[in-house]
Ligand binder design. Structure first.
Ligand SMILES: Nc1ncnc2c1ncn2[C@@H]1O[C@H](COP(=O)(O)OP(=O)(O)OP(=O)(O)O)[C@@H](O)[C@H]1O
Ligand SMILES: [Mg+2]
Length: 189
């Protein structure tokens, strides 16, 4: 089985086995064809390093969309990003059930959303997503759930499983100003 964690994760999230998850491999393939960087992350430490490399580029108003299947490493990446901004020691629980957690950072509030359980995009208003977009740094797991409410100006990071169970592939999909800003990313693997 390609993703043995998937069934357990679906149960943990209160969904039946095989329930749709919004993951869209075609998006990743087309992004790769469009010449985006597909970065091998050999182990979890590499995921931490990619997040640490992205952290200095972030500013208030930024939206980072983390896409990928259950267990692909979205929370691991978000946790590493938050750790890089707040300093080690901050506890970063997965917002699987709360749907949102916020953190004070030197760059303003960082909002970490997990929208897997969102039944309709409009439910995100009740989570305060408009305020978050207005003045915070917003990191979103399962961004597909937002539909047309997902800001066009964003950096999408699509995480995929690789052949090695401890490895992942990351595709960076910049939109708007992110194409230029990504030139400042210093990541060697
Ligand atoms: N290279 C890697 N990068 C990130 N996580 C990795 C890597 N290798 C193994 N892992 C493991 O994969 C798991 C990723 O879990 P995580 O909760 O981050 O996934 P997720 O994408 O947030 O899933 P969900 O859709 O359920 O929220 C963790 O157990 C982590 O230790
Ligand atoms: Mg997660």
């Amino acid at each position: 089985m390609r993703n043995p964690r998937g069934a357990r994760r679906r149960r943990a999230r209160g969904l039946p086995p095989g329930a749709g998850n919004g993951y869209n491999p075609a998006m990743i393939r087309s992004a790769t064809r469009a010449g985006n960087d597909r970065l091998p992350l050999a182990d979890e430490a590499a995921t931490v390093r990619l997040a640490a490399a992205l952290a200095p580029l972030l500013e208030r108003g930024d939206v980072i969309a983390l896409s990928g299947d259950l267990g692909a490493g979205k929370t691991s990446f978000a946790r590493s990003l938050i750790g890089a901004l707040t300093g080690a020691g901050e506890e970063v629980p997965s917002p699987t059930f709360t749907l949102v957690q916020s953190y004070e950072t030197p760059k303003g509030t960082l909002w970490h959303f997990d929208l897997y359980r969102l039944a309709a995009p409009e439910e995100a208003y009740e989570l305060g997503i408009e305020d978050a977009f207005e003045d915070g740094i917003v990191v979103i797991e399962w961004p597909e759930r937002l539909g047309r409410l997902l800001p066009a100006e964003r950096l999408t990071i699509a995480l995929e499983f690789a052949a090695d169970p401890g490895a992942r592939l990351a595709t960076l999909v910049p939109a708007g100003g992110w194409t230029e800003r990504l030139r400042g990313l210093q990541f060697d693997g």
